[in-house]
Ligand binder design. Sequence first.
Ligand SMILES: [Fe+2]
Length: 301
Amino acid sequence: MEWQNKNQNRTHSGFNEENEMKWNGPYFFIQAADCQLGLIQRYIEKNSEPGWQKEIVLTKTAVEKINSLQQKPRFFVICGDLCDAFPSEEPALRAEQERDLKRILSNLDPSIPLVCVCGNHDVGNQPSSADLLAYQSAFGDDYFSFWCGGVFHIVVNSQFWHDRSLVKEEAEKQDHWLEEQLKTLNNSGAKFGIIFQHIPWFLNEYDEVDTADAYFSLRPEIRQKWLPKFKDAGVKVVFCGHYHRNAGGFFEELEMVTTSAIGGQLGSDESGMRIVKVFADHVKHEYFPFSQFPEKVLLNM
Ligand SMILES: [Fe+2]
């Protein structure tokens, strides 16, 4: 299949809104993060030559594991850092990584919508307008929402909350849009909401301070502004990546889930993906390394 960006006009064409606004019984999807083609060789192995053969194998494994599931997931979401090279610093390398990534992801069963989320490596730690445009032309909208099975799903670009200094206007646009999405969630009869983004709001505790210069989670003042709004609007879970380890915690009843990487690991987890089961009043999820990824998903609990 040839690559096509499905997330445009602030929604995702893989979901028929009219049908998907209704609850139709439990469903499941696959959530993953950080295939990040190029990280292992550059950052973990400290090799001065760029290369991403290991991530190619791991991302292919991800696609094969999903395609061979006995029941199809409703979608496959990758929560950012699709590739490693920063677009403005190494555009040629970035283009090669994106080409290889798209070639692999194009083998995903075409009936399973692929949902791409924007990570810091996809637009740079301090994104410019040009970085955002490059991302949008490569992968489609960097923020959008879609209905699936009576649940409202919101994808956001967390880089706007990490550093908006060069893209203030665009960042405010997302903030405004997000406020509107939360109103929609609140007023539309959704069972609840689920958010996907790259950088976690926090790793384990709502009031933690990330001492590593706020790299792995968003700053407390931004957290305090948005998480109460999410909770009040009916968001149940926020799924993230970026940490290359599994983590998670709660802000009151709002759950924060950080999923380890398809690609390079920075802790003791193994490369894998999370299976997320959505029930009428709760969400159950479990991370599986590829070596233990099941062939069957039971929705009876
Ligand atoms: Fe990241």
